[in-house]
Design a protein around this ligand. Structure first.
Ligand code: F6P
Length: 359
């Protein structure tokens, strides 16, 4: 391989720039020409390609976001085009591949979450040599113990809990913190443990409002007149459903999670009579500078992805297992999810200290 490209797809995550930098430096160091595709897979269709140099990636290691830009809307296999004033979805994968061919780009590093991995896997099946890097603050990609961005998001959420702790204690309130994570409870679980929450609610275990109230009341009896609850945006009560809003874009329906925390706070206030407030942490978890752990992991991933290309180990995602970087076939993981399981060691620890529920 003499010429490669890198793109960032889906929602941003702290550490994206560190991966880009590592891919570019490793590639250039091995005498390759490295290109950057701007704005995710949309930029591949629209031919938004730039040559990457050492200069271009200088100083980006600690920066949040992605210098290449991203979008979680554009899928070249089902791409929005305008026809007669209307949006029509078409397969534009051929054009996207042509844009790479014109520049003699032979292989692609896709830094992305589940959606981008699925698209990357489709391109791989069409013959494009692809290597993927697992990105998401949600940590819900199978095949790896860690996605980069997760550690930073957990740190932000744990810090928020520390801050909520003092105001909750002063006002004798119940504070509910809603964190991201989509259908996975990893951020809530880790941040809740790190931030000393009294209850952790995750999508994998539908919660019982009575158990939460019992916990709050038991604390009250011990003179602990406040409680901290972490709820994942995808968590929901037993017999209830996930709190979502639906956004229609053309013929596509997009689901946005959120609202679970506010609902819970209102319910707890009316059932216990204790003043309750909800804080939705939202995109604060995704922005800003990555932790040292995420910078290191992202750098290891970027170097390993470039090495896969030199060695012709295409169709793999680089992954972390037992603190080693390994390769996992993308087809084995595309379209699948990694959720908190009943046997998870941290979940069991949470149960042992009385802050996680379920059997
Ligand atoms: O997957 C990352 C994530 O931040 C989720 O935790 C969250 O549900 C979603 O993306 C938010 O997406 P958007 O940035 O499109 O609102």
């Amino acid at each position: 391989v003499k010429s490669i490209a890198v793109l960032t797809g889906g929602g941003d995550a702290p550490g994206l720039n560190a991966v880009i930098r590592a891919v570019v430096r490793t590639g250039i160091g091995h005498g390759l020409k490295v290109w950057g595709i701007k704005n995710g897979f949309g930029g591949m269709v629209e031919n938004q390609v730039i040559e990457m140099t050492d200069e271009y990636v200088a100083g980006i290691l600690p920066r949040g976001g992605t210098i290449l830009g991203t979008t979680n809307r554009d899928n070249p296999f089902n791409y929005p085009t305008m026809q007669g004033g209307k949006t029509v979805y078409k397969d534009m994968s051929g054009q996207a591949l042509n844009n790479l061919r014109q520049r003699d780009i032979e292989a692609l590093v896709v830094i992305g979450g589940d959606g981008s991995l699925k698209i990357g896997s489709e391109f791989y099946q069409l013959g494009l040599p692809v290597v993927a890097v697992p990105k998401t603050i949600d940590n819900d990609i199978p095949g790896t113990e860690r996605t980069f961005g997760f550690d930073t998001a957990v740190g932000v959420a744990a810090d928020a809990l520390d801050r909520l702790h003092t105001t909750a204690e002063s006002h004798h309130r119940v504070m509910v913190l809603e964190v991201m994570g989509r259908y996975a409870g990893w951020i809530a679980l880790h941040a809740g443990i790190a931030g000393g929450a009294d209850c952790i609610l995750i999508p994998e275990i539908p919660f019982q409002i009575d158990a939460i109230i019992a916990k709050i009341e038991e604390r009250q009896q011990r003179g602990r007149l406040f409680s901290l609850i972490v709820i994942a945006e995808g968590a929901y009560p037993q017999g209830g459903e996930i709190s979502v809003s639906r956004i229609v874009e053309g013929s596509h329906e997009k689901i946005r999670l959120g609202g679970a925390g506010e609902k819970l706070a209102r319910q707890l206030e009316s059932l216990t009579g204790i003043e309750s407030r909800c804080t939705v942490l939202g995109h604060v978890q995704r922005g800003g500078t990555p932790t040292a752990f995420d910078r290191v992991l992202s750098t290891r991933y970027g170097v390993a992805a470039a090495e896969c290309l030199f060695e012709g180990a295409f169709g793999n995602m680089v992954a972390l297992r037992k603190n080693e970087i390994i390769r996992v076939p993308i087809v084995d993981i595309a379209g699948k999810a990694n959720n908190v399981t009943a046997n998870d060691e941290l979940l069991k620890a949470g149960r042992s200290i009385g802050i996680c529920f379920g059997d």
